[in-house]
Design a binder for this molecule. Structure first.
Ligand code: MGP
Length: 200
């Protein structure tokens, strides 16, 4: 009969040591920032962006889940509010140097529950670095609207069709959308409903 070799007391991790390991926060690949824009009571003559607020920057899985659970759920906000999750250091504005030559993939949803799911799936894909072209991504915006909610994935180099198509195909799969379209920020600056440049 095989006898087990005695285990040296020093090899057994103490309960305290195991707890310390478990309590270590899980670092994400990079830092992210949640933003919030409440345009539910727009004031006349006030410039776009004046109600846009940087809310929280985080870099661990644990912080991400607690912020999402407690605050950043589209179902918790009023109509005409936007939530954003952007890479830390990038502002969700066309004027940000990282966004200036970019554009956005947009998915619409007429069912509220859909926005909730698409938003969460996108957040997890972003913080979990699921996109091959993740360096080209700026962030995502959830827009809660009366008629049709919207989710937009902002990217950096609008003219790089191969990168945008790679991101678009992957995102469409992640959010299980029927059709998504890509517009250039440069076009949006000129006209309210910018034409679609790419579609998947
Ligand atoms: P939008 O919010 O991208 O369009 O831009 P949306 O979501 O279709 O409109 P909504 O009514 O559902 O909110 C709407 C308008 O806001 C634009 O035409 C601009 O006048 C202004 N705007 C939006 N963005 C993202 C920017 C921006 O980044 N910079 C500036 N200067 N204006 C912006």
């Amino acid at each position: 009969m095989a006898t087990e070799a005695p285990v040296e007391a020093t090899e057994i991790p103490s309960v305290a040591a195991a707890e310390t390991v478990e309590k270590q926060p899980h670092k994400l690949e990079r830092k992210w920032t949640f933003w919030f824009d409440n345009q539910s009571k727009p004031k006349q003559g006030v410039a776009w962006g004046s109600s846009l607020r940087k809310a929280y920057t985080f870099e661990t899985v644990e912080e991400f889940w607690s912020l999402y659970d407690q605050i950043f759920k589209p179902s918790k906000v009023t109509v005409n509010a936007d939530f954003h999750l952007f890479k830390a250091g990038i502002e969700p504005k066309w004027e940000d140097p990282e966004c200036a030559n970019g554009g956005k993939w947009t998915a619409t949803s007429s069912r509220k529950a859909n926005l909730e799911t698409m938003w969460l799936e996108t957040l997890m894909a972003l913080v979990g670095e699921q996109f091959d072209e993740s360096e080209d991504i700026c962030g995502v915006v959830a827009s809660v609207r009366r008629s049709q909610d919207k989710l937009s994935l902002w990217t950096k180099t609008a003219t790089n069709e191969a990168a945008q198509m790679g991101i678009g195909r992957k995102w469409k799969e992640i959010i299980d959308a029927e059709k998504i379209s890509y517009s250039f920020h440069d076009d949006s600056k000129r006209e309210r409903s910018a034409k679609s440049r790419y579609t998947v």
